[in-house]
Write a protein that binds this ligand. Sequence first.
Ligand code: ADP
Length: 604
Amino acid sequence: MQAKGTLSINTENIFPIIKKFLYSDHEIFLRELVSNAVDACQKLKSLSSLGEYTGELGELKVNVSVDKEAKTITISDNGIGMTAEEIDKYINQIAFSGANEFVQKYQDKITDARNQIIGNFGLGFYSAFMVSRKVELDTKSYQDAPAAKWICEGSTEFSIEGSEKKERGTAITLHVAEDSEEFLDSNRLKDILKKYARFLPVSIEIEGEKINETQPIWTRQPSELKDEDYLKFYKELYPFSEDPLFWIHLNVDYPFNLTGILYFPKVKNNIEQQNNKIQLYSRQVFITDEVKDIVPQFLMLLHGVIDSPDIPLNVSRSYLQADGNVKKINNYITKKVADKLNELFKENRTSFEEKWDSIGLFVKYGMITDEKFYEKAERFCLLKSTKSKYYTLEEYKNYVQVNQTDKNGNLVLLYTSDAEKQYTYIDSAQKRGYDVLVLEGMLDNHFGEMLERKLEKTQVRRVDSEVVDKLIQKEETQTSVLSQEESDKVVELFKKVIKNDKVTVEVQAMPLDEMPVLITLPEYIRRMQEMSKVQGWAWALNENTFNVSINGNHDLIQKILKETDETVQAKFAQHLYDLAQLSQGILSGASLSEFVNRSINYLK
Ligand code: ADP
């Protein structure tokens, strides 16, 4: 049989366009051709199981080989094959039916069009021309029909002729173009295969080495898998990682098709490094590890694999965001994660608490950014007290209800963002029987604000934002032993020492065990400062804006008042102020050195 013809195509320019549009991802040709070969094997398998093919299946496989001398790459399979008529139908015509329209539509959108071609116009096979000057397709159908050979040299001309091919299947030989000779390196091809074909369902071999796992665990039933299987798979994906905390096996077929495994990693400080680790597959073909729009933002730290033929893979991001399936998938994943967390919490609270430091980050981020997730997470979100006890929101509210309300009946939740630095303040709160939460994570600032919004009649205050007795006003308020005149005198004295107009100084009646001088930073100012840091604003208020509270009831304050030598008095006030700064961790440089020297002199 010998035939010649012209491709059904409305434009002469399709090959230059393929080259140009597909430019940045040349290696994709291999993904496309190997996927086609795998499809051909899968099709034959289906026909066989339907009884439409009764011959030997043999071991279905795809082989990739390179001939450096001849400058060719061959991708062969023993799948379904094609008859000459099928070549005409599938290779010569179909692909280009929409080409003219395509060219007009996408001329101006080169960046995204690259992928569009492949996905939407069935140009997978033609991606071969990204790297070839000539392509030969030698094929023998599973049906009783003569083998056929199709040859095309990168123009609209092709030839089709009889072939000597004896075995069933298709071999595609690429005569690699001069500018693509980098692909004549079998190691390079191996790398590409390992990236895209690692989990394809049919054996892929190159130089006798099988590079894929045909039944990756996400395609299997959870009931037949053990923890070891999941852990082993995790190690395969991320060889140098610590074991994950737990995982979720996803498996839906309606209203969309999605399988996969999501792992919760142990979160380290370096969030960036852990981000963007989920791999996206479509029927076991690797597509991308950019899953930004498919996985909810707050779950981007998860690791693992998602496989869905229903995600439109080859379209622009804005389209993806608007896509109905993507939204549903997003919601599904959110729900699954919430359900899993709830289940873990209910099944074994102790173990959940142990993992909370790692899990908490996801949960808090999810609650802050996703209303639906908040509603579910409310039940298992934990608050950690400085006494290392964990409470649910409900439990904590009930716990502090008794003792921690202000004069307006608001609940006051105290927290520390740094238990070491704020030790003095925590200690003082605890002595009064108040509880202090640990909110020292990177999201906790926002988390605190969220709690305040969500929990009714609740204020969230850092433990050093105000003298604790003022935050939580008890019935029996302290009375000051100082007269108004004495108070004014003390304030005057300390103002001289502090030498900073931005700082407010006031005398307060505090219990005796409180520090003589205490520095506090009002909650709202601190929040603004933190916000400005995050958003990179130039901070409008002076960094030194804080309050100095003097404990009018403290013996040492009264001692200062009695002192007649003004120099000694000033020195003494300075020392107390330095101690307050030291407790806040803001005494440094020359002031610190002066303080140390002064202390030594006192001891002498
Ligand atoms: P798509 O795969 O998106 O349909 P392609 O251009 O990649 O578009 O392939 C067109 C058609 O050619 C395929 O649908 C299939 O019928 C046929 N084909 C391609 N490669 C092979 C192969 N290795 N074996 C059998 N048929 C193939």
